[in-house]
Design a protein around this ligand. Sequence first.
Ligand code: NAP
Length: 314
Amino acid sequence: MPRALITGITGQDGFYLCEQLQGAGYEVVGVVRAGSQAPAGIHTVRGDLGDPPSLRAAVLETAPDELYHLAAPTFVPASWKDPAGTLALVAGATATLLQAAREVEGTRVLVASSGEVFGAANVSPQNEDTPMRPRSPYGVAKVAAFGFVDTLRQKHGLHASSAIAYNHESPRRPERFLPRKVARAAAAIKLGLQDELVLGDMGAVRDWSHARDVVHGYRLMLEQDEPGDYVLASGVGRTVGELVAAAFAVVDLEPERYVRVDEALVRPAERTPPVGDISRARERLGWEPATSFEAMIDEMVRADLADLDAAQSA
Ligand code: NAP
C-alpha cells in the first residue's frame, strides 16, 4: 500500500487530498501541530513549520512514497505583520522537508506554491516562465520556497515539484477569504439572518477554481516520471461582481438590493490581472478543472444554507 505524508492536512486542500488518496488505496499520515484538531481516523505525527527537527522526524519516521507539503500561514494580508516569520515558516520549512526527503529512498515531493509569486506580473495570463515579481511577504516567501524546490531538485536529482496554484475555493474555505464570505452572505441574507454584504472593488479580477480539482492536479504531478512545476488554475479571470452575481443567483436574489461598496476597501487594480495559463498542465498532465465556476459557487452557497439552517434549528 503506498504511503503519503501530508503537511496541512487540517486545511482545505489537506481535506480533499486525504479523501482522494484514501479513495485510491493510500495509507495517509498527516502532520499536525500541537493544539490542532487531527482529522478523525487519520494517523498523525506531530510537526510544526516553526520547529525544523519535528518536520525532519515526521518525514524520516513515516518514510512516505509521496510527501505533499501544503502547510503554510495562508492568509496573505497577515504576512505584512511578520515578513521574516512568514519567510521562515514558508521557505525554511520547505527546505527542511526537502532535505529530509533526500534521506528517504524514492520519496516524491509536491510543494504548494502560489500565483502570488507573480505579483506585479508583466503579462496576463501568467505561465511557468513568467518572471516572478511578488508584491507581499507571502509572495516573497513562496518564491524562495519555489527556488528551494528547483535548486535542490537540480543538485540532488530529487523528484520534487511546485504547484503554482491560483485561488481555489470550496465550502471548507474560511470566511476571511472572499468567495466564502460572499457565499455565506448570500445564504444568510436568503435566510433573513443578514441585511447586507459590504465589499471593496467589484471590478477586481481573480482566477478561482475548486480545491478538489487543484489537489487532483497535485496528485497527477507526482505521477509523472519527471518532476516539474505547473500552473494550476481555472485559466479564466472573473470579477468580484461576477462572483457576487453567481452566488446571489443560487438563492434567487438581486445583489443590487443587498451589496454595498465601501470605498475604504477598494484597492488599486492590478495592471495585469492574476490569471493562470494552464497550457502546460493541460498538455502534460491532461489536467483541467472538472468543476465549473458556477457549480463551485452553487456548492458553496448550498453548503452555507444547510449549515446556517442546521445552526438555527439546533
Ligand atoms: P489552509 O486551509 O489555510 O490550511 C493551512 C494548513 O497549514 C492548515 O492545516 C494549518 O494547520 C497548517 N499550518 C499553518 N501553520 C502551521 C504551522 N506553523 N505548523 C504546522 N502546520 C501549520 O490552506 P489551503 O487553502 O489548504 O492551502 C494549502 C496550500 O496551498 C498552502 O501552502 C497555500 O499557501 C497554498 N495555496 C492555496 C491557495 C488557495 O486559494 N487555497 C492558493 C495558492 C496557494 P492548523 O489547522 O494547525 O492551523
